[in-house]
Design a binder for this molecule. Sequence first.
Ligand code: UDX
Length: 479
Amino acid sequence: PTRLIAMEGEHQAPHVLIFPLPFQGHINSMLKLAELLSIAGITVTFLNTPHSHNQLIHHSDVLSRFSRFPAFRFHTIIDGLPPDHPRTIKFFAQIISSFDSITKPIFRNWLVSGHFGSNLTCVVLDAFFKNFVDGNDDEVKQPIFGFRTISACCIWAYHCVPHLIDDGQLPIRGEEDMDRMITNLPGMENLLRCRDLPGFCRVTDTNDSVLQFNIKQTQRSNQFHALILNSFEDLDGPILSKIRTLWPNLYAIGPLHSLLRTKLSRETEALNNLWEVDRTCLAWLDNQPPGSVIYVSFGSITVMGNEGLMEFWHGLVNSGRNFLWVIRPDLVSGKNGEIEIPAELEEGTKQRGYVVGWAPQEKVLSHEAVGGFLTHSGWNSTLESIVAGKPMVCWPYTADQQVNSRFVSNVWKLGVDMKDLCDREIVAKMVNEIMVNRKEEFMRTASEMANLARRSVSPGGSSYADFDRLVNEIRLLSL
Ligand code: UDX
């Protein structure tokens, strides 16, 4: 009967609900997926918390950008926190707990009661919300696709953590154990040291609640109808094959920002900003020689102490390179944006540096004046650097970033990993490794990978094909 209805043309257009964790890195890639699906003619409802939605429409031109899709909707759901709650990473556990007790039941009731309309075809849920939907809940009729914003290598490492515990390779026995090689992580044998494992593995007791939470979350994600990843075959082929043994219905459709450029046939302004973008840095870059600037940004959630900031500052000035640095208002704990250029560094910064609170990162990375990226190795930043063909100095902070930075340096050979080191000499040395000493070597590998990335999102490429397959599956589900 459903086939008959479809043939009579009475079926409704496919309608997808997209629900990201309301943090910058997650909204960023899932909003891109929302735009890509809208371009493909699918109706999209984008669900966000009021706080994050307001930040987004305040700092990005999302309303007018999406107004060309008449059926597209932004919709909000409460996170259960008071309006004046800071909602920063420092309060992550509190935010997640409120989501669990307040948001989760509302979300489930909305799905069951048809709150989003009777034509809702499926949900693309941030895989972080794995426990929002119980695979045995028969009342939830819509298939749930999981979207993982982190890297494939880290997803696989997460999955293997119980195996490492059974095998006695975990826990880590203190600081002196951090350089021990993990010998038998399947597919990554003798590649990761303890310090390269996902951030939550840095505990001395395997009963640690955060470690156990992450293990449980990873196991729960088996319930998804399909898994969508922001990666591509030429980058992650062997790991994607491993992940397919667990989730055969896998869509690797990245780099999403590059796929979006293909579908729009032009460069676009990124719409992910939750902060005020300072575009003056583009004019500054226009006045710098090609390849002369190291771009420095630690993403949206990294926090450091004032001491760490000073080590980076001295290191950058001492490196002798030009630098463009994003110091978010909340980057340094306790400073509330009140950071002044230290007197002893004032001259060097005036001569060679430019500091902003938030940059148009995609544009900055593709600027010809930028020759390298000092990054916290967040997955969006890593992919943006790969597409722009810029070598990286990695200073990972948490979560997947520890694994990503190891892959950047030891698997993809796209830069160097200064993991866990933060002193001025190391900073200056690492910056010069990619900008001067090993510049040619890294520029060559970076440009090769950039070509592969662009090829993957072009007609005939693996991500392009996987995205078409995803759209087709959603269309079939709506019949
Ligand atoms: C985090 C994790 O690190 C990441 O791996 C996970 O996938 C999502 O959550 P975040 O730490 O913010 O995200 O880093 P990243 O994934 O790199 O995302 C930051 C985004 O903000 C990037 O898309 C980047 O272009 C953007 N950005 C950053 C700006 O637009 N301007 C800036 O000044 C800094």
